[in-house]
Design a protein around this ligand. Structure first.
Ligand SMILES: O=c1ccn([C@@H]2O[C@H](COP(=O)(O)OP(=O)(O)O[C@H]3O[C@H](CS(=O)(=O)O)[C@@H](O)[C@H](O)[C@H]3O)[C@@H](O)[C@H]2O)c(=O)[nH]1
Length: 384
């Protein structure tokens, strides 16, 4: 298949492009390089050095003999999006090209507006470009488990059978997201479901949990193929941060009592889930939703797991939670769709955590310890 990966220079977009290319798909990437710009804005850098996109693509060609054309541009530039779709003529589009950090979206008004404008309008331009160039293109869109929040009922895969006053309907599962970023994905889901229902688009919305890990079967083939590994309190995700804190001898920063529970998955499962979704397209008119996670853990359980796996002493510190989220809650998620397509999850084992310790040790001099502490507060702008 011909697959275009939007956001193909990012933490997950780049390894996904490599995985698809390695599996024989004609893969191209499109990226506006915004993720590298956030590093400059925040004064931080990936723990593992990463090459620029041209070098990455050239390295992959050297290692695999396969080419990955790269388009540099922005989904907010509709003409550019139409042009790339006409030129590359994809069968499927994988869409990672959004601002993906909850804390970044909560810095202030400007960052909240940027996040929602960038994500929602970019996706809307893409929907029109697909509808007007080739409505048969299957869009595989990265959503988030955070769209659901933490409701006190079981979380289904996107849809809920509702019975109300004696009548029944199948409705989009109700959403209770926890940041302006997560809200942007909710808005996208609504726009995309509309596109399926009204225009007959074919869409898979992947509600992904928190990803951990940094290496895939393809990225390890050459140092120039490495993907980024974020440790800072804005873009770093919780398990990656805990591993890095353990190696540095810094306390693990559990926010609040640590009872908040999330769905998690290994980066190797991310790339495989995308492949499975691409190779098994949604039907025309179908808004198909998969919950892309393999296990649930509370933040305290994760901290304990990292402390157990690390050879040296590990201190766990409970910081006042900078976010507004439920400290204790019910969490029971259905996630059978991708397993039904053949996913064989890599569950969180000590082996993987140990390999992450080695990656961190090799690069620990690149860490700015000040960037480990959270500075963005959810209640920041409220007058009290
Ligand atoms: O040092 C830390 C960092 C985080 N947390 C806690 O860990 C949980 C997860 O935080 P996170 O920063 O790892 O993940 P999150 O902000 O939810 O966002 C990440 O995970 C989302 C999936 S989910 O969490 O919404 O399912 C994706 O959509 C986002 O793109 C990705 O950045 C939160 O309850 C947070 O309070 C800590 O206790 N200590």
């Amino acid at each position: 298949m011909r697959v275009l990966v939007l956001g193909g220079d990012g933490y997950l977009g780049w390894p996904t492009a490599l995985h698809l290319s390695d599996r024989g798909h004609d893969t191209a990437v499109l990226d506006n390089l915004a993720r590298r710009g956030y590093d400059r804005e925040l004064g931080v850098q990936s723990l593992v050095p990463i090459e620029d996109l041209d070098t990455r693509v050239a390295a992959w060609e050297e290692v695999s003999g396969r080419t990955i054309p790269a388009y540099t541009g922005d989904l907010l530039d509709a003409d550019f999006v139409y042009r790339v779709l006409r030129e590359f003529a994809p069968d499927a589009i994988v869409h990672f090209a959004e601002q993906r950090a909850a804390p970044y979206s909560m810095i202030d008004r400007e960052h909240a507006v940027y996040t929602q404008h960038n994500n929602v309008v970019g996706t809307l331009n893409l929907m029109y470009a697909i509808a007007e160039t080739n409505p048969d293109i299957h869009l595989v869109k990265l959503g988030t488990m955070g769209e659901y929040g933490t409701p006190n009922i079981d979380i289904e895969e996107g849809w809920l059978e509702v019975e109300h006053n004696g009548r029944k309907d199948r409705m989009l599962y109700p959403k209770k997201p926890g940041s302006f970023y997560h809200l942007s994905k909710v808005h996208d889901s609504h726009n995309l479901e509309f596109g399926c229902r009204i225009w007959g688009m074919r869409v898979t919305d992947l509600n992904q949990g928190v990803v951990y890990g940094q290496q895939t079967d393809q990225t390890v083939r050459d140092a120039r193929l490495a993907t980024r590994f974020d440790y800072d309190a804005v873009f770093g995700t919780v398990l990656n941060r805990f591993v890095i804190q353990a190696v540095l001898g810094e306390p693990l920063t559990v926010y609040g009592a640590g009872g908040q529970t999330r769905g998690f998955l290994d980066i190797r499962d991310t790339v495989e889930c995308i492949r499975l979704a691409v190779e098994n397209p949604a039907d025309a008119g179908e808004f198909r939703v998969f919950n892309q996670m393999t296990e649930s853990y509370s933040v305290s359980q994760l901290a304990a797991l990292v402390a157990e796996s690390f050879a040296g002493p590990v201190q766990v510190e409970h910081l006042e939670n900078p976010r507004v989220e439920q400290a204790e809650h019910y969490y029971n998620v259905k996630h059978t769709g991708l397993v039904g397509l053949g996913l064989q999850p890599h569950l969180l084992s000590e082996t993987l955590i140990e390999s992450m310790f080695d990656i961190v040790s090799a690069n620990k001099d690149r860490v700015d310890p000040a960037a480990l502490l959270p500075t963005v507060r959810w209640q920041g702008p409220l007058k009290r």
